[in-house]
Design a binder for this molecule. Sequence first.
Ligand code: NI
Length: 255
Amino acid sequence: MPELFDTHCHLDDEKFDEDREEAFLRLREKGVTRLTCVGTDLETSMTCLNFARSHENTYASCGVHPHEAAAAPDGYLDRLRELCREDKIVAIGEIGLDYYYDFSPRDVQKRVLCEQLDLACEMDMPAIFHIRDAHGDMVELFRSRSRLPQGIIHCFSGSRETALEYVRMGFYISFAGPLTFKKAPHLQAAAQAVPLDRLLVETDSPYLAPEPLRGRRNEPANVYYVCEKLAELRGLSMEEMAQVTTENARRIYRV
Ligand code: NI
């Protein structure tokens, strides 16, 4: 049985309130042995940390999502700095830019992103990036900085060229359910171009269920289908792709 690592999920989401422990147990049936629960603000970061503390091979990240940037309280960076010292916190995130929803003004999104980039460098932690309809600004912002942390471009949604640009900056590229969709030729071309040692898989559950479960609530066990598609696109066996992506995930998260 291959060992899989769901590098990005939101098991703290209320959509799991009825069956969170069952969803966790179902991981085993698909060979998923590790997962990272990703925070989107201070409260969810704490919830993810508590879940990680009480579950084996489960990790958490802490950070303020661009949607929540305008609501970040004074002193949020100090709270994140404390959280970074916790054993089970493996990354800062998710952080980034979201110009699709624009829930926070763009200048505020950029400020909160830059503050957390600085924190990631200061604490020597990898960052998890959420980037939607904002690749141009993001690449420019990354280029303008003298120091960048290590990081993951989560639920990658750009072109092959954009993926390779992020790889040149040292980042890992993480693919989610949309990779399995029928009308995803650009995403699949990107997945074929990223060097093997930079590929990651995730679910972003409860969102974005992969084929053949598209439209249903997603859960971490389904990272299996994302890895299966990636294996097919790269001409590797499921076991080989599971091994590659799990090794990459353990390297970037240092677990
Ligand atoms: Ni997410």
